[in-house]
Design a protein around this ligand. Structure first.
Ligand SMILES: *Cc1c(COP(=O)(O)O)cnc(C)c1O
Length: 364
């Protein structure tokens, strides 16, 4: 029997909590030759050669030692990069892990956590795991966050900005208003895609003691495999995360990850060039798709959410797959007629458009 066909029955030995968990489903990572993989918002360009050299140098006899539990060099580099103090910076083994500490350390309160009905689907998973009540606040009819809808009793607010899977960014002016309207609650802005966007809420941190911003090396810095994420906020918020982390996994970042992530910050030239290319490809892809009958939401991320005017998304998804192109299709009723398409290289996106043009011409 192959591994994938083994099903495990629920067990009497499980905790009550485990019985109730609904785990996150990551985008698939199939090992198929020649596949065009546009389903998990990975960067089509590899990491900077300097990052690879730093990881190779760290791959040495020194691996016998534990890494620096405070990740001081990396935090210093992030502080310099963001214009903050080192005690306003937190790092973790992926931004998913940083978010786990945020839920546990800052968002678990008596009143329910608020987040959009359409946003990063990990948030409800963490709510179950950490037993946090939540209320999902609908995006408006344009798939935008309506900050007035958040005028309700809550224990905190979290959303991705630019949001996922819409790609739409909420302007800083609105984030400011939201933070002012909830002065006693933490507002968490998940900026996994912010490097592809116009503005970051990190610039609001000196002004607000209740804004925490999370980011990741996975998307814009081409390091999804290295698992490094960070959070920025005033020192009292960061201290909560340090307390949780040091009660769970003090050596969260391994030596190779520390070396690679630190080197990435020292090669911002490479990084900004990749971003520019991806943003250009995004603009080009949007106009090509619009020309063959798609509506595309205005994205500031390295992915787009697109709906064809006549073709069903589920059928396009299967059709693309049979052409060795994988994208993401969500079952959520508000977007089940959309496809989320990561921005790959120019060649990959041209292939996508060619394949779709054929289909959309022949059947519409
Ligand atoms: C990809 C993503 C993350 C997770 O990033 P990792 O650092 O790879 O764990 C967090 N939030 C959002 C919105 C994402 O899209």
């Amino acid at each position: 029997m192959s591994l994938t066909t083994i099903t495990v029955k629920m067990s009497q030995f499980w905790s009550k909590l485990v019985h109730e968990l609904v785990p996150y489903t990551p985008g698939e990572q199939p090992q198929i030759d020649g596949l065009i993989k546009l389903n998990t918002n990975e960067n089509p360009y590899g990491p900077s050669p300097k990052v690879l050299a730093a990881i190779a140098a760290a791959n040495s006899d020194t691996l016998r030692k534990y890494p620096d539990p405070n990740a001081s060099h990396l935090k210093q580099a992030l502080a310099a990069d963001s214009g903050l103090d080192i005690n306003q910076v937190f790092v973790g083994n992926s931004s998913d892990e940083v978010l786990a500490h945020v839920f546990k350390g800052l968002l678990k309160q008596d009143a329910p956590l608020l987040f959009p009905d359409l946003t990063y689907s990990f948030y409800p998973v963490y709510c179950k795991l950490f037993e946090i009540d939540s209320v999902q606040v609908p995006l408006d009819e344009n798939f935008e966050i309506d900050i007035d809808a958040y005028d309700q009793e809550c224990g905190g607010i979290i959303f991705a900005n630019p949001n996922a899977p819409t790609g739409i960014a909420l302007p800083l002016s609105k984030i400011r208003l939201l933070a002012r309207r909830h002065p006693n609650r933490v507002l968490v802005i998940d900026e996994a895609y912010v490097d592809f966007a116009r503005e970051s809420a990190v610039s609001l941190i000196s002004e607000f003691d209740n804004i925490l911003v999370t980011q990741t090396f996975s998307k814009s810095r081409s390091l999804a495999g290295l698992r490094v994420g960070m959070a920025y906020g005033q020192a009292h918020l960061i201290e909560a995360l340090e307390r949780v982390k040091n009660s769970f996994h003090p050596y969260a970042l391994d030596s190779l990850a520390l070396a690679g992530a630190t080197a990435s910050l020292q090669d911002n030239n490479y990084f900004t060039q990749c971003i520019e290319r991806i943003n250009q490809t995004r603009a080009k892809t949007i106009s090509s798709l619009e020309a063959i009958g798609f509506n595309v939401l205005p994205s500031q991320a390295n992915f787009i959410l697109a709906r064809h005017q006549t073709q069903a998304a589920s059928e396009l998804f299967t059709f693309l797959r049979s052409n060795k192109i994988i994208v993401r299709h969500f079952a959520h009723p508000r977007i089940n007629n959309f496809l989320r398409i990561s921005i790959g290289s120019d060649d990959e996106m041209q292939t996508l458009v060619d394949v779709l043009s054929e289909r959309c011409r022949s059947t519409s």
